[in-house]
Design a protein around this ligand. Structure first.
Ligand SMILES: [Zn+2]
Length: 271
């Protein structure tokens, strides 16, 4: 049988199958075939007729490779079209005063917990978080009462960690965001990030310094005053550790650094 005849025969078979499934499923009380069979016949038919739309990255589900972590991530762009009846965020900050006497980050105010007061700072201001997630004086490798390490059971492992957490008030003004500050004021924030990074990275117990901002209450930010965080830790966080492994692996395989290659490729793709 020629190729054209074979295709015609397969098409006729698919049409017969599709019609049969449609007939049985349309009879009340006689649903003898599940929807999956009908859908498979339907897909076969539109593929055979050349009606299948071509793949589109902005429309169809796909996985994208993250070369910095060596992981594939599921992207479902079509889900952005689903109806949303969940929480609606309002734009914050429009009614905020320049100074809030109840804010624990404004100049001169009592901080959270009330034990300390902020100085009357006039520029970017840094202090150690009153409720830090990491402590510099955590006892490490302490054995339990039996003298055994409780941290090395095969299935239950733990490690004591050290570190410190600092808060960076970007501005004394309560009502600003970083984007609303002047260029000179933003430069002072960036200078502060650099100074803090250098200072904390020089501490012998510090392996990693993370500078970040949780913006908005939905992200866990507990105060609208413009501020960010710095965490210095005695360990390398999982995400960064994975990225370091990927970069080392890429370099040993290609003799090239991954990050500049990524930047160039990203710029070329975006362009
Ligand atoms: Zn404030």
């Amino acid at each position: 049988m020629s190729g054209a005849a074979k295709n015609a025969s397969r098409l006729a078979g698919a049409l017969r199958n599709y019609a049969r499934l449609w007939f049985w499923e349309s009879l009340p009380g006689t649903r003898r075939h599940d929807h999956l069979e009908t859908r498979i016949a339907h897909l076969w038919l539109i593929r055979t007729l050349g009606l299948m739309p071509s793949f589109n990255f902005t429309e169809h589900p796909h996985r994208r490779y993250n070369p910095l972590k060596g992981e594939w991530v599921l992207c479902s762009p079509h889900r952005a079209k689903r109806p949303w009846q969940g929480a609606q965020e309002t734009v914050p900050g429009e009614e905020r005063p320049r100074y809030d006497p109840a804010c624990y980050l404004c100049p001169g105010n009592a901080r959270a917990g009330g034990a300390e007061h902020n100085p009357r700072y006039e520029s970017t201001f840094v202090f150690t978080n009153d409720f830090p997630a990491l402590l510099l004086d955590t006892p490490v490798d302490a054995p339990d009462a039996d003298g055994d390490s409780v941290m090395d059971k095969p299935l239950f492992q733990a490690r004591a960690v050290r570190g410190t957490c600092r808060v960076v008030c970007f501005s004394p003004r309560h009502d600003l965001t970083l984007a609303e500050m002047t260029q000179a004021e933003i430069c002072r924030v960036v200078d502060t990030w650099q100074q803090q990074y250098t200072e904390l990275a020089a501490m012998p117990e510090v392996q990693h310094v993370q500078i970040f901002e949780n913006k908005g209450s939905a992200m866990g930010c507990s105060n609208p005053h413009p501020h960010g965080q710095i965490w210095a830790s005695s360990f390398i966080p999982n995400e960064v550790a994975a990225e370091l492994r990927q970069q080392a692996s890429y370099f040993s395989a290609t003799g090239r650094a991954l990050l500049p290659r990524l930047c160039r490729s990203g710029a070329a793709t975006a362009g």
